[in-house]
Design a protein around this ligand. Structure first.
Ligand code: D54
Length: 272
């Protein structure tokens, strides 16, 4: 299996990069294909992001040569969000049913497989040095955090699945944010995470719409136009925010020094 490999980058490269260079470093375009698992590996906090689209088959989470262990999760933990129709994640043979935008945490050491005709699983794994129990997160029963404001087109609901305040993890945090009807902005005002890397996977966007995603250091930002089911890597020095030309949601996932969701450095709009 080929893995899309991304090296760690410094902030000074962003201002002189061409659009093609920015896209090849930070944008992950083709994670989802029927009856396949596709993966990208970033050296930024050694996160793996992957897509598993069972399409009627049973797909196993494969080991990756770059990870270097016989099982993918021998030394890693995993977050899963279903961005398709309902399906099942088999963890050591036990099925966990995930509906639209539901999440699953899988601890170190488990074997994982995916089934479901219309399911589309987005996966994030990160190094782990302890084993925490499997946990399912239902979008319907997770109480969202409402932030932003319709007056600034930034109202959105944050469904925090693993974020340091609930289920334990080693390094991984993840959840789903749904932008409210009539709003366009995510993560505005923006912030930095000095102590971790974050990856956004946009979903629910019409095929002819795009999210204008902002990256780079405050005061030296660039943008990427991002289509549905594409992911963007945000190194620790980069803001990560966006505005959609149509309604959308996104899966956010972070890995780094701690699992304290509130450990971030706000950036005032005027400083962007
Ligand atoms: O630290 C938090 C992550 O960047 C996201 O959870 C933020 C987000 O979903 C949003 O503001 O819309």
């Amino acid at each position: 299996m080929t893995v899309d490999l991304r090296y760690a980058t410094g902030p000074e490269t962003v201002e002189t990069a061409t659009t093609a260079q920015l896209r090849s470093r930070y944008l992950i375009e083709n994670l989802f294909a029927p009856a396949e698992v596709r993966a990208a590996y970033t050296h930024e906090d050694r996160m793996v992001v992957a897509g598993a689209v069972p399409a009627g088959t049973t797909l196993a989470l494969p080991p990756l040569d770059i990870v270097g262990t016989p099982g993918h999760l021998d030394r890693r933990e995993l977050g899963v969000v279903n961005i398709g129709e309902p399906g099942e994640v088999l963890v050591d043979g036990t099925p966990h049913k995930l509906g639209a935008l539901d999440g699953l945490y899988v601890g170190r050491g488990s074997d994982v497989a995916f089934t479901g005709d219309g399911a589309c699983f987005y996966l994030v794994s990160a190094p782990a040095d302890a084993t925490h129990p499997v946990a399912r997160f239902s979008r319907d029963t997770t109480e969202p955090v409402h932030i932003g404001d319709p007056a600034t087109a930034s109202a959105r609901a944050l469904y925090r699945y693993v974020w340091g305040g609930g289920h334990p993890s080693c390094r991984l945090q993840f959840g789903v944010t749904v932008v409210s009807d009539g709003s366009v902005w995510n993560t505005m005002p923006a912030h930095l995470h000095r102590r971790r890397t974050e990856v956004y996977l946009y979903t629910g966007l019409p095929h002819d719409a795009r999210v204008l995603h902002i990256l780079g250091r405050p005061g030296a930002t660039r943008h990427l136009f991002v289509a549905d089911r594409q992911a963007v890597i945000a190194p620790s020095w980069s803001v990560h925010a966006g505005a959609g030309t149509a309604p959308y949601a996104f899966v956010w996932a972070m890995a780094g020094e701690n699992t304290d969701y509130g450990d971030l450095d706000p950036v005032a709009v005027a400083d962007l």
